[in-house]
Design a protein around this ligand. Structure first.
Ligand SMILES: [Zn+2]
Length: 307
C-alpha cells in the first residue's frame, strides 16, 4: 500500500494558550513518534498547500469566512466560543489544514497514493456551515468531500467519524444529502449537545455510553456501519480520525485502546478495497493525551499502510 502523510509546519502556528488541550504539541508528538518508530520512512511525505477561497466557499459561505477573518486579533487571543480561540496565525493554520485534505483527496483520486493521513490542526468536525465551535473553524473533511464531488465527479462519499465527540459540523453540512453518508460514533450524552438525534436518512449516529470500551465499540460499528456502507457503496471514504475516545484521554470517558484504532482502520480499508478502489483520506480531529494520541496515530497509520 502507498500511504501518503500530509502536514505543514504552519499548522503549529495556531496557539490558543499554554493551558489549552488543542495545542501545537499534538502534531509534534505524532511526528516524533512516527519518526522514532521508523514508520515515517514507509510513507510518502508531502507538505500541504493552502486551501483556495473557492474550495472553502463550497462549505462555508463567503460572509462567514470573511467575518472570521475580521475577528483575527493583531496580538493575543480572541474567543469565538467558550474555548475556541483565534490567535493572529490561527487562520493560516486552518487554511493549511483544509488544504491538506484537498491535496490528499487529489492524490487518491489521481492514483498517486492508495490512502492518506492528514496530520493537521485546528480540527474540523465541529465546524458547522456558519458556526465555528469546539476548537474548529473550517470543516476540513467537508472541504475534501466537496472537492471530490465537484472537481472529480465522484458520485458517492462516506465520512466515518470515530472521535469521542459527535460530528455535528459534518452533519450540519451534509444532512439530507443522498450522495454523502455520514457515520459518527460518540459518547452520549456529551458535548456538542446537538444533532445527536438524526432525522435524516444519510446520517448514522452511533451513541456510546460513558465507560464503553473496545468490545462495545466494535460490536456497534459492525452492527451499524457495515450494513450502511454496503448499501451506500462509496467511491471514496473520508475518516474524521479523532483519538480522544482513548482510555487515557482526559476529555472523554470512553475506553478505547490503540488496538481498537488499528481494528477500525483495517475494517475501513477492507470496505474501501471492496467498494472504493481502496481510496481512504483520513484527517486528524481530536486526541489530547499526547502519548496516547501518538501511539494511536501510529497504529492507525500502520493499518492504513497495510503493515
Ligand atoms: Zn473530540
Amino acid at each position: 500500500m502507498i500511504t501518503s502523510f500530509i502536514s505543514h509546519q504552519d499548522c503549529t502556528l495556531h496557539n490558543m494558550g499554554p493551558w489549552h488541550p488543542e495545542s501545537p504539541h499534538r502534531l509534534t508528538a505524532i511526528d516524533e513518534r512516527l519518526r522514532r518508530s521508523g514508520l515515517m520512512q514507509e510513507l510518502l511525505q508531502y507538505k500541504a498547500r493552502p486551501v483556495t477561497p473557492e474550495q472553502l466557499f463550497r462549505v462555508h459561505p463567503k460572509a462567514h469566512v470573511r467575518s472570521l477573518e475580521l475577528s483575527v486579533p493583531e496580538d493575543g487571543v480572541v474567543a469565538i466560543e467558550d474555548e475556541t480561540l483565534l490567535c493572529p496565525h490561527s487562520l493560516e493554520a486552518a487554511t493549511m489544514a483544509a488544504g491538506a485534505v484537498i491535496r490528499g483527496t487529489e492524490q487518491v483520486l489521481k492514483n498517486q497514493a492508495d490512502n492518506v493521513f492528514c496530520a493537521v490542526r485546528p480540527p474540523g468536525h465541529h465546524a458547522e456551515r456558519v458556526e465555528s465551535m469546539g476548537f474548529c473553524f473550517y470543516n476540513n473533511v467537508a472541504v475534501g468531500v466537496e472537492h471530490a464531488i465537484q472537481n472529480f465527479g465522484v458520485q458517492r462519499v462516506a465520512v466515518l467519524d470515530f472521535d469521542v465527540h459527535h460530528a455535528n459540523g459534518t452533519v450540519d453540512i451534509f444532512k439530507g444529502r443522498e450522495d454523502v453518508l455520514v457515520c459518527s460514533s460518540f459518547q452520549h450524552p456529551f458535548y456538542p449537545w446537538r444533532y445527536a438525534d438524526s432525522e435524516w436518512d444519510n446520517i448514522l449516529n452511533t451513541p456510546l455510553d460513558a465507560g464503553a470500551g473496545g468490545l462495545d465499540f466494535r460490536r456497534a460499528i459492525e452492527a451499524q456501519w457495515l450494513p450502511a456502507l454496503q448499501m451506500h457503496r462509496p467511491d471514496i471514504i473520508f475518516i474524521s480520525a479523532g483519538f480522544d475516545a482513548h482510555q487515557e484521554d482526559p476529555m472523554g470517558e470512553l475506553n478505547l485502546l490503540e488496538d481498537d484504532y488499528y481494528w477500525i482502520t483495517q475494517l475501513i480499508c477492507d470496505v474501501a478495497k471492496t467498494y472504493s478502489q481502496g481510496r481512504v483520506v483520513s484527517v486528524l480531529e481530536g486526541g489530547y493525551e499526547l502519548d496516547a494520541l501518538a501511539r494511536s496515530v501510529e497504529k492507525h497509520v500502520q493499518a492504513l499502510a497495510g503493515l
